[in-house]
Design a protein around this ligand. Structure first.
Ligand code: TYD
Ligand code: MG
Length: 469
């Protein structure tokens, strides 16, 4: 007992010493700072994310004299120029940014390594340079030769684009002040460092400090800065979530590296709506915009297969049709297997329990696999009805019909509840030539206008599906 006490005392003493030397523990997922180590981060609940890093307080000697630089103003005194946005030249990127690049904004582009962040940004640079805006691409990852090789695959560039290999942020700052470009790309934030901070590039404190410096430069000089941030699974490199709160706009580039298409999603936007997505396809000569996402997502769909149905979901203001597939078969185990790819498995379990209870089907004896074809990840409640119908269709081995779509939320009592923007969803189905649409009964009123164009079937509860299928 004594020994244990002495041991803890020694440990505590050690910790205190570390603290007085100026170090702290940071969560490399979310950047939470703490004087002691945690196994699980109290903020983001991730395990094993704490790393110790030195902290240098007041290295730059800020906070010395406080002078009031500007008096507060009223709203009417602030003038807003309308042409503050410049187009990135890529429609899908403009949409996600909220209509173009805002002067003096700081944008974070996050994503797995190799997903195509550098490719997208260099393509953007090409278009901006063509429109006579000065662009500076600062790379800390690739040599100038490597960038040139990539650029050659994409197309011709003019001399408004300049490149630089640099990782020292003081030099970056000097370059921005000297050359005053309009748009700057920092590829990537995890390679940038400031000498005053003792820790290695990529650590939480370096990434944070670098971002705050870039923020001041963007606002002070009116330069739009794009920061690339790699999503990291392991190691001590801080992820992009650490700096999400500091920047104006956060875009994530997602998708299977094996699949050709990529989705650019906006998670935070101080200048536009979030939840917008841009769809791209990776080709050998760079990223191509996918203008008709629904058609793209549905290509290669099996005709009249049991367990397959098309649903309409909303990504921001845009309706997208996707196919849901279900496979239900007798289980060989006591505990049936339930797998969902592209959606929440807990939601699938819940829906299966609702079907079992309300319709009396013995689904607890069955394994079930749900797949959102095309690799999208969706968590919209409007998907529920589609999942239920796909499960029923495969369980009963009866096809639904390839010209039918469905959407609606399913409640625990088996009731089908209304979803938002029903009209836009049905209009998208009409556009792509679907003939029948199964919707919540409560939505029928708002769909009067589309009545002649598509057969509309309203359902009140999942038991109504028996008559339809
Ligand atoms: P990259 O932009 O380097 O990814 P990131 O900056 O996010 O790490 O792109 C990576 C992948 O894209 C790479 O594996 C090769 C592929 N690619 C193409 O298929 N076509 C192209 O024209 C280019 C430039 C890259
Ligand atoms: Mg890159």
């Amino acid at each position: 007992m004594r020994d244990a006490y002495a041991f803890f005392k020694a440990v505590l003493k050690g910790k205190n010493m570390a603290k007085s030397k100026g170090s702290a523990f940071f969560c490399k997922e979310c950047g939470y700072e703490s004087a002691k180590w945690f196994g699980q981060c109290p903020a983001c609940k991730e395990w094993n994310t704490f790393v110790e890093e030195p902290v240098i307080k007041d290295a730059t000697g800020r906070k010395k004299t406080v002078t009031l630089s500007e008096a507060p103003v009223t709203l009417s005194q602030i003038s807003v120029e309308t042409d503050d946005r410049i187009s990135s030249g890529i429609g899908e990127l403009d949409r996600v940014l909220g209509g173009g690049i805002i002067k003096g904004s700081l944008v974070l582009v996050g994503g797995d390594p190799g997903i195509g962040k550098s490719t997208l940004l260099i393509q953007m640079c090409r278009h901006i340079a063509k429109e006579n805006h000065k662009v500076l691409y600062i790379s800390g990852e690739e040599s100038l030769k490597q960038i040139k090789l990539r650029a050659e695959r994409i197309g011709e560039f003019n001399d408004n684009l300049t490149l630089m290999c640099e990782t020292n942020l003081d030099n970056v700052e000097a370059a921005l002040k000297k050359y005053t470009p309009e748009v700057v790309i920092i590829d990537s934030i995890q390679t940038m460092y400031r000498e005053e901070i003792g820790s290695a590039p990529g650590s939480v404190s370096q990434v944070r400090e670098s971002t705050s410096v870039l923020m001041q430069l963007a606002k002070g000089l009116g330069i739009s800065i794009f920061i690339v941030g790699h999503v990291t699974k392991e190691g001590v490199v801080a992820g992009p979530r650490v700096l999400e709160h500091m920047v104006d706009t956060v875009l994530y580039f997602e998708g299977d590296r094996q699949a050709a298409y990529r989705i650019l999603r906006s998670v935070k936007n101080r200048f536009g709506s979030t939840n917008e997505i841009g769809v791209f396809e990776m080709r050998e000569n760079g990223l191509m915009e996918v203008l008709n996402a629904s058609e793209y997502m549905l290509s290669g769909r099996p005709e009249d297969a049991p367990g397959s149905i098309v649903v309409c979901l909303m990504e921001g203001t845009r309706p997208i049709l996707v196919e849901i597939q279900a496979l239900v078969c007798r289980t060989n185990f006591n505990l049936p297997r339930r797998t969902a790819v592209g959606t929440d498995p807990n939601r699938v379990n819940l829906l299966m329990a609702v079907i079992e209870k309300r319709m009396g089907l013995r689904l607890s004896e069955c394994d079930a696999y749900i797949n959102i074809a095309g690799g999208l990840r969706i968590n919209e409640p409007a998907l529920d009805l589609g999942i239920v119908m796909a499960i029923l269709s495969n369980y009963k081995n009866k096809e639904i019909g390839s010209r039918t779509i469905a959407f609606g939320e399913v409640g625990l009592a088996g009731e089908i509840r209304a979803v938002s923007q029903a009209e836009m969803r049905v209009a998208e189905a009409v556009k792509l030539g679907f003939e029948k649409c199964i919707v919540p009964s409560v939505c029928l009123k708002s769909l009067e206008k589309l009545k002649g164009k598509i057969e509309l079937v309203g359902v009140k509860s999942i038991n109504d599906l028996i008559g339809i299928m």
